[in-house]
Design a binder for this molecule. Structure first.
Ligand code: CA
Length: 228
C-alpha cells in the first residue's frame, strides 16, 4: 500500500540537508538524502521517490543536470522536482523550469513556504492518496472496501494483484520496472524473484479482461509495465 510519501532531498551542505530532512520528516513524510547529483541519480534508480527537492549548486553534476536527466527518462520524468537555488535572477528561474523542474524556490526561503510547495506537488502527483477511490477509465478501485470494479462489475483479485493495481492506478502512464514493483508491492526486505512480478501482472491482466474489455496494462520492452 501507499504509505507516506517518500521525499528525496539532494543537498551537499550538511546543515541545509539536516534542516530540510528534519522539517520534511516532521510533516509526516519519509525522507532519503543524497549529497551529490551522481548519488541522487543512483538512488532514484533503486527506489523511486514521490518527490525530489533538488539543490541547484552541487559539486560535479549540478542540480540542473540531474533534473535534465530525470526529466528525459520515461521511468523518472513523472517524479516532481522542486529546485532550490541561491540565484534569484529571472533568467535562472526560467532556465530551472526549462529543464523540467516542477517548481523553483529561491534561497533563503522559509521552511513553511517550501513545505507548502512540497504538499502542492504531492497532491498533484498523488491524487490517489487523498481520496479513498482510484479511477482509471472504467476501472474503479475502492481502497477502503478493498473492492475493484470494471464497468460496474466487481472483479475478484488476490491481495498481491490488488496492491499491484493500486500502484498502477496511483500513477497512470508511469513505467514501473520489475524491481520497483517488487519494492512497492512486496516490500524491500523480502526476496522475491522478479519473474514473480510477471506472474502476478499476468493474473491481474486476466482479471481485468474478464469483463470482455481490452488489456489496459502495457508491457514496455526492456523496462517493465505501465497502466495506459
Ligand atoms: Ca549546495
Amino acid at each position: 500500500m501507499a504509505g507516506e510519501p517518500l521525499v528525496l532531498v539532494v543537498e551537499d551542505e550538511p546543515a541545509q540537508r539536516e534542516v530540510l530532512s528534519y522539517n520534511i520528516k516532521a510533516e509526516g513524510y519519509s525522507v532519503m538524502t543524497a549529497e551529490t547529483g551522481d548519488e541522487a541519480l543512483i538512488m532514484v534508480k533503486e527506489t523511486t521517490p514521490d518527490l525530489i527537492v533538488l539543490d541547484w549548486m552541487l559539486p560535479h553534476v549540478s542540480g540542473i543536470e540531474v533534473c535534465r536527466q530525470l526529466k528525459s527518462n520515461a521511468e523518472t520524468n513523472k517524479i516532481p522536482v522542486i529546485m532550490l537555488s541561491a540565484r534569484s535572477e529571472e533568467t535562472d528561474k526560467v532556465r530551472g523550469l526549462e529543464t523540467g523542474a516542477d517548481d523553483y524556490v529561491v534561497k533563503p526561503y522559509s521552511v513553511a513556504e517550501l513545505l507548502a510547495r512540497v504538499r502542492t506537488q504531492l497532491r498533484r502527483s498523488r491524487p490517489a492518496s487523498v481520496g479513498e477511490r482510484l479511477e482509471y477509465g472504467t476501472i474503479v478501485l475502492d481502497l477502503a472496501e478493498h473492492r475493484i470494479f470494471r464497468d460496474d462489475v466487481q472483479l475478484s483479485l488476490g491481495p498481491t494483484e490488488f496492491r499491484l493495481l493500486t500502484a498502477f492506478m496511483e500513477r497512470p502512464g508511469r513505467v514501473w520496472s520489475r524491481e520497483q514493483l517488487l519494492d512497492r508491492v512486496w516490500g524491500r526486505d523480502i526476496y522475491v524473484d522478479s519473474r514473480t512480478v510477471d506472474v502476478h501482472v499476468g493474473r491481474l491482466r486476466k482479471a481485468l479482461r474478464s469483463t470482455g474489455q481490452d488489456d489496459p496494462i502495457r508491457t514496455v520492452r526492456g523496462a517493465g509495465y505501465a497502466l495506459g
